[in-house]
Structure formats: structure tokens, C-alpha cells
Design a protein around this ligand. Structure first.
Ligand code: FES
Length: 122
């Protein structure tokens, strides 16, 4: 079971939600299902509106670090993914701190998701 805690400046308090097997999809889909106000526009990895910071809390090796090509480009253009972070993700499977909620697939992990409520600002 995934345990995802959302914290945003536009939320009155943090909210932890649980996603069971078969309920896994994108982080943005999970947020929308629970009325978490993460900004979004394209929902296709191109606009950067759904930028979030993801912190892994369970001490296990992260599973959801595969970045789509669109996510790599959009994060790079927005200054959130430099060469060393990309190489760490691709070669050492170390997740970058910033992700696009519409591209991040929720796995059986415990994570903290931070966002500002402003499109494209974590
Ligand atoms: Fe556009 Fe996620 S909503 S990149």
C-alpha cells in the first residue's frame, strides 16, 4: 500500500492518503481523487504546472524513479533537473527531488509530496 502525504501552502493542513494495489496511477490522479489542489494544465508532462517535491520516507530503495522523456525535458527547462541529477537517476536509480505529478507513478512507498499551489513552483 502506498502512503502519500500531501503538504501545500494552499491546503489548511497536511493530508495523508493511502493507495491500494489496483489504485495506482499518477500522483496527479491520486491528488485529484482526494481533492488535493496541485495545479495542473496539460496533464501530459509538457507544461510543468504540476511540479512537486517528493521525499521518500520509508528508507527503502525508491521504486518510482523512471522519468519519462517529457518529464526530463520539462524539469530541465525549468531548472529542476541538472546533468548530475539526471545521471544519478539513470545510472544509480537515485530519484531527483523534483517531479511532475502527472508523470510520477505511485508505487508501494511512503512519500511526502510538497507543492506551493502556484503552477510550476514547488
Ligand atoms: Fe502539465 Fe503535469 S500538468 S506537466
Amino acid at each position: 500500500m502506498a502512503t502519500v502525504t500531501f503538504t501545500g501552502l494552499n491546503m489548511p493542513k497536511d493530508l495523508t492518503v493511502y493507495a491500494v494495489a489496483g489504485d495506482t496511477g499518477t500522483l496527479l490522479a491520486l491528488a485529484k481523487k482526494h481533492d488535493i489542489p496541485i495545479p495542473f494544465q496539460c496533464q501530459d508532462g509538457e507544461c510543468g504546472s504540476c511540479l512537486v517535491k517528493v521525499t521518500y520516507l520509508d528508507g527503502k530503495t525508491p521504486m518510482a524513479i523512471d522519468l519519462t522523456e517529457k518529464e526530463k525535458v520539462t524539469l530541465s527547462v525549468n531548472g529542476k533537473l541538472n546533468r548530475s541529477l539526471l545521471e544519478a537517476a539513470e545510472n544509480a536509480h537515485l530519484p531527483p527531488p523534483y517531479r511532475l505529478a502527472c508523470q510520477f507513478i505511485v508505487r508501494d512507498e511512503t512519500i511526502l509530496v510538497e507543492f506551493s499551489g502556484e503552477p510550476g513552483v514547488e
